[in-house]
Design a protein around this ligand. Structure first.
Ligand SMILES: [Zn+2]
Length: 1010
């Protein structure tokens, strides 16, 4: 990799204390302070010293040993490589880890050894550290113990194995829950599961927990040839000239020299960019640089912005573009002499020459109109359903909290940036506008009854400063639920919202300024122009053209509206609640968000009691996260490469044009695919620059530049050592999502399978041919790729079987838009056993960092009788309670009297604040999880075994089991292994071939996809 030294030797040594060296004893990074917000009993963060509140229990309390006695550690992570290298597919008589049959407070037995599998010696490859291999020589050969292919499933039709039928032969002496059943080895996979110890499979939880602990104490330096930390793990970055992985990740940091070399690797070449990604507390803010009227220096030929990899020549009179190699004249005002080594003397004082990510304030030629602070327009559904289900009340309350915080204190700090304005519109069959001027006693309502040709009926007072008009806004939002209640409207039934006309007039109101719409809706908009109808009648449409239709919109009104919004620099977030689980046509309504860069929050079965807290948190998140508007994005790359595709939620008029966003926020990410238009020069590095031009909330027009450099690798073998698994998962997921609904879901699932086989078989063929044929060999940095790909096949966006079209398309767009961290969690949840917490878990360690318990595998086989678990996938956060959960545990969590499952309110969405050790631990852990999650802010949802509907969601999230119409992790690996062997033997049939010459994943072309 282009190393740090190389570029910095140009600029002199960085200050010694900036260098990243292994943490010295007592080293505390300047960043990554203790996560805040972990208080007990509402106390403030304690001063240095014993951090966080101490346990109210004396050490000898039962808590010390947890609700279960302590267990042996869950596997030695350092020995992981060794264990995996020894994983045997052959039946070596090892003890499988059985589900532990035990109850709270019962003595536990040791659950088996985490030693290397049955003492089989390591393979030489593992010792080299580059390869993890599964299986001993010959253990899994087509003719070996694995059995003939027909013993496993219909040959050549892997898709047919996915809908795993319930096993009718299974008998049990007691009722078995769906989740429990799914965790059992399938009959077809029995051979495999007897032979493959699930404990030994690459573990996503371990792949996160180990780096998470490391990055508590260490920074990630961006130019030291390190593969970035997993995206779902909190880490702090030292920007050495390459952008932080929080902003941009390349699928590989050593890029193959040619298309052929890339094809041999089978991996996508691409980049994910999350331009406004949030930084961790304590990380250096992105510097904002102002060059006045001349603007930032740029390459004359390719228009790239000045960056750390441009080099200066001729005593500083010229700078050579790192992207197109054009030698530019240095503008006079930017001139500085170079020292004898050719480095600008002012380099160390120039952030744009030192940092991978900077922002430039830009002058007028970058405007299409004078930028102003962001205008927020809240559009509130006041129809019957919204009122009756208390959605209106929750939404109004949420806006109030988002604008003014939880407290009603007058001196609370301002929440929105100075100059930001807000407006409020309500709608049912008509639109109601409000004059919120601060000089009014209370808001004045103006009704716009004309839905065919609506216009904004007031010119003054629609948008106001939220602080100046605080009294007016507060009183209006407090009164709205009452104003539209049936008593006041005299029973006037008004069930049908006229959404499109309301959005139309909202855009009119924002055309002059641009801005962001936050719109609530609680019923299918069936009134007036743009009315929608019940398209999805829950018929079996899987795999048909009818299904494709349901996942798209053909309504010209909405497509036109979205185009107008982007043009005007307007975007929309929708808060959609379907109180009785009814159809909302999210395919059509969400289209507006998808095209304008907005977001959809969806409450599929809104229950005020349970969901109001979540609603409020998510409105607050929407309003408080970094948001820009009227954005354009341009990606540039080195000669020899070109952008081949973009994936995400945006508007893109023609290929080659910039991406356009009405709005863009901290949580949105774009996938960019590259292809070769020549050969790269192995003596040079490959460079990438993503420039996002946008207007900030405070009304400043800026360009944010992210710069990445990668070295050019002569061989694919070199390239595959430096791959970023999260970037690869993201790119495959985003490309898959962008194929919906153009291709059937089944095609997409097959393509994901084929892609996984391509990558693993490519590796097997080209780089590990010395391994015995029977081994499944996986590149070290892609150990968990197979699990993530299985999870992708199982996620709501792509899974087989029936799924309401609203939920389906919502998740498809979600996958397309979310960043790598949020996606990682979405695919594989974090699961934490609460009954097993050590005493110090959930409290700060001696360095002030919160001590997090290990997470565990998403399989019911790991669920203990009597256990209590947090299951968090970033979209949902469940507290799952086993039927036999200890009464004492329940009381510690929920308070006195709550000692049975029945006594717990299934609608409670937060834990009470109690003076027990466990309660504090769990609240701290939840607060920590909330810090690293992404765009959604789920409240806690209770899932009591056998009692609550949320239990189905729990079963769905156990992605290592057989569920979501797909295989278990073990069966999946066996399946992949077989396909790889077919490929190696030249016998693999690709399902796609028969249908079309065209590859499904154009950006992921490999030898097999043509
Ligand atoms: Zn250039």
């Amino acid at each position: 990799m282009s190393d740090y030294q190389m570029y910095h030797s140009l600029g002199g040594e960085p200050e010694e204390n900036q260098r990243l060296t292994p943490a010295a004893p007592g080293f505390r990074p300047p960043v990554a302070p203790p996560p805040s917000g972990y208080h007990q009993s509402g106390s403030n963060l304690p001063p240095p010293g014993p951090p966080y509140a101490t346990s109210p229990y004396p050490p000898q309390d039962a808590q010390q040993s947890g609700y279960f006695p302590s267990q042996p550690p869950q596997g030695n992570t350092q020995g992981l490589e060794r264990q995996m290298s020894n994983m045997a597919l052959g039946d070596t008589g090892a003890v499988r880890h059985k589900k532990r049959d035990r109850h709270a407070y019962h003595e536990l037995q040791s659950t088996g050894s985490s030693q290397p599998f049955n003492g089989i010696p390591q393979t030489p490859h593992a010792a080299q550290g580059g390869i993890a291999s599964y299986g001993t020589p010959g253990a899994l050969t087509p003719s070996g113990s694995f059995g003939p292919p027909s013993g496993y499933g219909p040959q050549g039709t892997p898709g047919a194995q996915f809908p795993v039928p319930a096993n009718p032969a299974f008998e049990s002496d007691r009722l078995v829950s769906q989740a429990e059943y799914a965790a059992r080895p399938s009959s077809s996979g029995a051979i495999a599961s007897n032979q493959l110890d699930p404990e030994q499979l690459p573990s996503v939880p371990r792949s996160r927990d180990v780096p998470a602990t490391y990055y508590l104490e260490n920074l990630f330096p961006t130019m030291e040839s390190m593969v970035p930390p997993p995206a779902s793990v909190p880490f702090a970055v030292f920007d050495q000239g390459n952008s932080s992985p929080k902003f941009a990740r390349l699928s590989m940091t050593h890029i193959p020299v040619s298309a052929e070399a890339l094809a041999a690797v089978g991996l996508p070449l691409g980049m994910t960019v999350q331009p406004l990604a949030p930084l961790q507390e304590g990380e250096q803010e992105v510097p904002v640089l102002d060059y006045g009227d001349v603007g930032p220096p740029r390459c004359r030929r390719c228009r790239a912005y000045i960056n750390p990899f441009m080099t200066f020549r001729s005593g500083g009179n010229k700078f050579v573009c790192n992207l197109c190699t054009f030698p530019n004249e240095t503008p006079m005002e930017y001139f500085a002499p170079t020292d004898p080594t050719g480095v600008r003397v002012d380099r160390l004082e120039r952030p744009e020459l030192m940092l991978g990510t900077v922002e430039f304030i830009v002058p007028k030629e970058y405007y299409t109109r004078e930028p102003v602070p962001l205008h927020w327009l809240f559009m509130i559904d006041v129809t019957e359903e919204s009122v009756n289900k208390h959605y209106l009340e929750g939404f109004c309350d949420g806006i109030l909290k988002a604008l003014y915080g939880d407290s009603s204190k007058e001196d609370a700090p301002r929440k929105l940036a100075p100059g930001v304005k807000v407006g409020i519109v309500t709608f049912d069959k008509q639109m109601h506008f409000y004059n919120l001027s601060s000089n009014l006693h209370q808001a004045q309502m103006m009704v716009m009854p004309d839905i065919d040709d609506p216009f904004v009926p007031l010119s003054e007072g629609l948008f106001v400063d939220p602080e100046d008009s605080r009294a007016v806004i507060t009183s209006l939002l407090t009164q709205l639920p009452q104003m539209f209640s049936p008593e006041i409207t005299a029973g006037l039934k008004n069930p049908e919202p006229a959404l499109l006309p309301a959005l139309d007039v909202a855009v009119q109101a924002l055309t002059a300024t641009g801005g962001k719409i936050v719109c609530s809706l609680a019923a299918l908009p069936t009134w007036g122009p743009g009315r929608l109808f019940l398209r999805d009648e829950n018929a079996a449409t899987a795999g048909t053209d009818a299904e494709k239709k349901l996942l798209t919109t053909e309504h010209p009104g909405y497509t036109k509206l979205a185009a107008r919004m982007v043009e005007a620099g307007v975007g929309a977030d929708f808060f959609l609640a379907s109180p009785s689980g009814g159809y909302l046509d999210i395919a059509t309504i969400g289209f507006v968000s998808a095209k304008t860069g907005g977001e959809v929050y969806y409450y599929p079965n809104f229950q005020a009691q349970r969901d109001t807290l979540r609603l409020a948190k998510e409105i607050d998140h929407t309003v408080s996260r970094a948001t820009g508007y009227q954005a354009l994005m341009k990606v540039r790359c080195s000669n020899g490469l070109q952008v081949s595709a973009y994936h995400g939620n945006f508007t893109h008029h023609t290929f080659g044009a910039d991406l356009e966003f009405g709005v863009i926020d901290a949580d949105k990410a774009i996938g960019i695919m590259f292809s070769y238009d020549g050969k790269l020069d192995p003596k040079l590095d490959a460079h990438f620059q993503c420039a996002t031009l946008y207007t900030t909330e405070s009304g400043q027009r800026r360009v944010r530049c992210h710069n990445l450099v990668a070295s050019v690798a002569d061989s694919g073998a070199e390239a595959i050592k430096f791959v970023d698994q999260d970037a690869i998962v993201s790119l495959i997921a985003k490309e898959a999502a962008s194929r919906v609904p153009e291709r059937s879901l089944k095609d997409v699932r097959n393509a994901i399978t084929e892609k996984t086989v391509d990558i693993l078989a490519g590796y097997r063929k080209n780089f590990s041919s010395s391994n015995p044929v029977g081994q499944l060999v996986i590149p070290e940095n892609l150990k968990e790729l197979s699990m993530y790909m299985l999870a992708l096949i199982k996620c709501r966006a792509f899974k087989g079987g029936r799924e309401p079209s609203d939920r389906r398309i919502h998740d498809v767009r979600l996958v397309r838009a979310m960043g790598p961290g949020e996606l990682s969690l979405y695919l594989y949840p974090r699961i934490i056993a609460l009954h097993d917490l050590a005493e110090g878990d959930g409290f700060a360690n001696e360095n002030g960092h919160l001590r997090m318990p290990a997470t565990q595998r998403a399989s019911f086989a790991r669920i203990n009788d009597g256990g209590a678990y947090i299951v968090d996938n970033g979209q949902t956060c469940l507290l799952w309670l086993h039927t036999h959960v200890a009464p004492a545990l329940l009381e510690d969590l929920f308070g006195p009297g709550h000692n049975t499952l029945a006594s717990i309110d299934p609608f409670s969405s937060a834990l009470p604040v109690l003076d027990t050790h466990l309660n504090a631990q769990v609240r701290n852990i939840l607060a920590y999880l909330a810090l690293s999650r992404g765009g959604k802010v789920p409240a806690l949802q209770i899932a009591r075994q056998g009692l609550d509907g949320a239990e189905f969601e729990f079963a769905r999230l156990l992605v290592e089991d057989r569920n979501n119409e797909a295989q278990s992790y073990v069966d999946w690996l066996v399946h992949l292994h077989r396909l790889i062997q077919l490929e190696m033997a030249g016998q693999r049939k690709k399902k796609d071939e028969a249908k079309s010459d065209e590859s499904l994943f154009v950006g992921l072309r490999t030898p097999y996809w043509g």
